[in-house]
Design a protein around this ligand. Structure first.
Ligand SMILES: [Fe+2]
Length: 471
């Protein structure tokens, strides 16, 4: 975020009502897409993972393995990459019993996948070969082991044996929630992998900004990042949202690397937006980057999609009472930057006082419960809020949504401090400017978040914050 040079032209701050200009208002001018950026180096956090994320891979060796869920983990999509074309992508998977370390390799399901070529937009026009396989219907409450393979005339080269689990049959479930992760200084990452291996967390949300940036060095940094996060996203399905650091070449790295996301089922054209259901939760991934990099038509399309999704979700509120929106840019924050003033206001209220693109009215109209944002590299929790005003001091049956920022998982720019010592807005209930990550526990009646401190000496610190919203 500190790399941004924010330019708000004088013409943009005037009241511009023309939709043809609205999309250009409040543009961010940043370093050119694909500029080299910071070099990646081994550090104590990415080496603690025990994975050679920057090693040389074979031309047809499966790498960058990760998965995402469809609703209620009824299926998963698993993706991997190779450096050269292959004849066929294959997947084999088999159920394992929970809490049993030895696997029974029968029955094994074999499936073939789809492949495509992703061309990075940099000077070298570097090509990467993407492969994705959708599982058949999965059984609930099951640990699955799996391997992806790349078949060529020389046979099939298999990736490592990995595993993930599907939803339990109980009402309660938990997931991990993070934002803003780099290859370097990924302070929380070793703890997240430890948590993932427990099979207690069903998926992970990531509120934007990864790798800093994937497009750097002709996309090689993206490869390194995806190999590093394989330790997490190959075990716990990735359910994230893009941030401004994914903007290069019209978000093509994000769109091609996270093709696993269930956007088609959500009736959106690409993985930048989607929603999915999971027990009592309806999770919506809404890209706030549309406000800064989209055309007016794209803003309108996104808002129309979101409203239609919210209308549909409210038809099933009895069955799925929780509606949670993950975004990158926050609607409210307390850091000393435009992110917390003009940009936050733009997202809340729309462009140039016209209301065009305004997000907050939709959150209020359709009774969204929680917004989980990133971008600002710290942790901040609001009280229930609407139009800048606290609506309740309690999270019991709150009158409006509340927001949590989890942009502090760890990245090369470091954690972000707050404004001196205040005074703080009365909606700002908790602030923490170190690194960490959140765990979320959901039941039909309660939505509980806990924020865990990750220390720079590599240890897991104390619980920084916890709260429960109840219906
Ligand atoms: Fe960001």
């Amino acid at each position: 975020m500190k790399r941004l040079l924010f330019i708000l032209g004088a013409w943009a701050v005037s009241a511009i009502a023309s939709p043809s200009l609205l999309g250009r208002a409040d543009k961010e001018q940043e370093e050119p897409a694909g500029s080299p950026g910071l070099m990646t180096v081994p550090d104590k956090f990415n080496t603690a993972l025990g994975v050679d994320w920057n090693r040389t891979y074979g031309q047809t060796e499966p790498q960058q393995i990760h998965l995402s869920f469809g609703s209620d983990s009824k299926y998963a999509r698993i993706q991997f990459a190779t450096l050269s074309p292959i004849d066929q992508a294959v997947l084999k998977y088999w159920p394992k019993s929970r809490h049993v370390s030895t696997s029974s390799k029968k029955p094994v399901t074999h499936l073939r996948g789809e492949s495509w070529t992703f061309t990075d937009g940099g000077a070298l026009q570097r090509e990467l070969y993407m492969h994705m396989i959708k599982t058949k219907n999965l059984k609930a409450a099951t640990v699955y082991a799996y391997q992806v393979g790349a078949t060529t005339c020389n046979g099939t080269e298999w990736g490592p044996e990995l595993e993930f689990h599907t939803a339990s049959k109980e009402d309660e479930f938990s997931f991990l929630s993070i934002g803003d992760m780099g290859v370097n200084n990924a302070v929380s990452m070793p703890h997240l992998v430890d948590f993932a291996k427990t099979h207690k967390y069903d998926f992970v949300t990531l509120s934007g900004d990864q790798a800093y940036d994937m497009a750097d060095f002709n996309g090689i940094k993206g490869d390194e990042y995806m190999n590093m996060v394989q330790e997490l996203f190959a075990r716990v399905p990735y359910m994230g949202v893009p941030g401004n650091h994914e903007r290069a070449y019209n978000f093509s790295h994000y769109i091609n690397r996270y093709a696993t996301l269930p956007h088609k089922e959500s009736h959106f054209a690409n993985p930048l937006m989607y929603s999915f259901d999971y027990k009592s939760l309806h999770l919506i991934s809404f890209s706030t980057e549309i406000y800064f990099y989209g055309t007016p038509e794209e803003v309108q399309t996104a808002i129309n999609w979101l409203e239609a999704d919210l209308v549909e979700a409210n038809k099933h509120r009895q069955q799925r009472p929780w509606i949670v929106l993950i975004t990158h840019h926050p609607l409210y924050c307390s850091a000393p930057s435009e992110d917390c003033t003009s940009k936050a206001q733009l997202i809340r209220d729309g462009f140039n006082n016209t209301g065009f693109g305004a997000l907050e009215p939709l959150l209020l109209k359709y009774n969204v419960d929680v917004v989980i944002a990133g971008h600002v590299h710290n942790y901040e929790r609001t009280l229930p809020i609407a139009k800048g005003q606290v609506t309740s001091q309690s999270y019991h049956q709150p009158k409006s949504y509340m927001q949590v920022i989890v942009g502090n998982v760890g990245q090369p720019e470091g954690a972000e401090s707050f404004n001196t010592t205040g005074p703080w807005a009365d909606w700002s209930a908790k602030r923490y400017d170190g690194n960490g990550f959140s765990t979320v526990k959901v039941t039909s009646e309660t939505f509980s978040m806990t924020h865990h401190q990750a220390n720079h000496d590599g240890t897991l610190g104390s619980v920084i914050d916890s709260f429960t919203i109840s219906k």
